[in-house]
Write a protein that binds this ligand. Sequence first.
Ligand SMILES: NC(=O)c1ccc[n+]([C@@H]2O[C@H](COP(=O)([O-])OP(=O)(O)OC[C@H]3O[C@@H](n4cnc5c(N)ncnc54)[C@H](OP(=O)(O)O)[C@@H]3O)[C@@H](O)[C@H]2O)c1
Length: 264
Amino acid sequence: MTNAVLITGATSGLGLAYAREYAKEGYNLIITGRRKEKIKDNANDIEHTYHVKVKVLIVDLANQEGLDYLLDEIKDDEIEVLVNNAGFGLKPVLAETAREEMDRIMFLQMNAVVILTQCILKKMLIKNTGTIINISSDGAFAVMPRNVLYSSTKLFIINLTEGLHMELEKSNIKVQVVCPGFIDTDFHESAGMNVIKKKKGFLKFSSPEDIVRMAIKDLKKGRVVCVPGIEAKIVRLMVYFLPRKMFYKIAINFTKKRNKKMNR
Ligand SMILES: NC(=O)c1ccc[n+]([C@@H]2O[C@H](COP(=O)([O-])OP(=O)(O)OC[C@H]3O[C@@H](n4cnc5c(N)ncnc54)[C@H](OP(=O)(O)O)[C@@H]3O)[C@@H](O)[C@H]2O)c1
């Protein structure tokens, strides 16, 4: 496939919003996910609405076998934009997290991102053009109890992207890391969290379409780290300026209140 945008985790939420946005601009798509029916329905809808080609790859990217399958499937494709979006959250505290779940979240949100990025970057460098968008979270700045591994992998993604930006200084390849706050997607339900998505303080949920719109606007301005929306920006600033002990207290209290609301 030529003129393609590869989006991992485009079955729903942010990945699907990216898929629609790039299809609207006329790009062909390669999208991945595990929920076969849902992703195929969305792919058909996108093809009919925007008259682009959509290749669907049903794959679990939280392990080496799945990643190898994806790399093999895309080896002849010309990918102009890569969106490393697939991700999930975990509910338990670290001490009670199953080893398998730890391995899966670290593989999906670190190994798969790095390996896929390197593989596609090598081809982009030959043509000296391309865009790599990595999805992080405001949780990368504000680590909270019960979110330790998730936040740590998302912080890894920020460093990876900023480092890459500097390494690619002399090229025409753009990189961006997007760090949203709460988004109204399947994310919380998939992690077994029972959330009430009412707009209240920091618990305001943005739409995935709004996040994509803000991120693409920032990308065009050349902003490497995109923190979309006022809530995520406040979180980032607060965490940066607060003394650490005060931040820990706020984070612990916030988590207790949130867990009550989310029935954790
Ligand atoms: N929602 C939020 O509040 C929020 C806030 C900040 C950042 N984010 C980040 O935004 C990204 C997208 O999440 P979302 O909010 O749009 O949630 P979502 O609707 O649950 O989408 C997550 C996507 O990742 C895919 N995925 C999950 N595990 C996978 C695996 N093992 N292998 C392959 N694909 C997998 C899912 O597809 P299948 O289930 O079909 O596999 C789905 O398409 C994630 O990286 C998340 O960390 C979300």
